[in-house]
Design a protein around this ligand. Structure first.
Ligand SMILES: Cc1cc2nc3c(=O)[nH]c(=O)nc-3n(C[C@H](O)[C@H](O)[C@H](O)COP(=O)(O)O)c2cc1C
Length: 187
């Protein structure tokens, strides 16, 4: 099968990782593939923050666990994880690329999403696994997230929106069931 198509069809979200670090040259290639994603008007309204410091990922998860515990609407399963200290937005991955959108740009979220998917496919083709993430973002937003954004080096005014956890999966993902429907043709 064509390799690009095979990568698209076999990529799955992986939520358990080995501790093995991802070599820097692979991360550089992956981020480069993100930079080549299509963006509205070619404006590339994104910023990439590559985090290989697991302590920083733990800090983000701990801040989100605190928010989850304070929110009466947090589902019981998440509350239990937060209480036990096992809450990890990054699913044990050794690194993640955090995306942030340029202020005032209508399509910044879309541009960032395109970059995430490009990186996911690039990582997969290099023998890595990934998980697309949004739920890490809460503790990074608004005034409450200002210090973390600063410590992460996110440019002033940019809004974190999505991330990609990257690593060597600890479990082989099951193949996706065939996806059908939701298409109509006008011929
Ligand atoms: C915008 C977006 C946000 C997501 N956020 C999370 C997340 O916060 N945590 C998580 O474990 N998975 C997250 N996912 C992964 C999806 O749950 C996953 O892609 C979906 O279940 C389909 O599985 P697949 O990727 O294996 O095909 C997110 C995916 C997308 C596109």
């Amino acid at each position: 099968m064509n390799q690009v198509i095979e990568t698209i069809l076999t990529r799955r979200a992986v939520r358990k990782y080995e501790k093995t670090p991802v070599p820097r040259e692979l991360l550089e290639q992956i981020v480069d593939c993100g930079r080549y994603a299509p963006s509205a008007l070619g404006l590339q309204t994104w910023h990439f923050t590559v985090v290989t410091d697991r302590k920083m990922l733990d800090r983000i998860s701990a801040a989100n666990a605190k928010l989850a515990l304070a929110d009466p609407h947090t589902p019981p399963v998440l509350r239990e994880e937060a209480e036990s200290g096992r809450f990890d937005n990054f699913r044990g991955a050794p690194c993640a690329v955090l995306m942030s959108g340029e202020p005032g740009r209508q399509f910044a979220d879309v541009d960032c999403a395109n970059a995430v998917e490009n990186m996911a496919l690039a990582a997969e083709s290099l023998g890595l696994n990934t998980c697309y993430l949004a739920s890490f973002v809460f503790c990074l937003l608004g005034e409450q997230g200002a210090q973390l954004r600063k410590d992460l080096g996110i440019p002033e005014g940019y809004t974190p929106n999505l991330a990609l956890a990257i690593g060597y999966g600890a479990d082989a993902p099951t193949p996706a069931p065939r996806r059908e429907g939701c298409v109509n043709w006008v011929e």
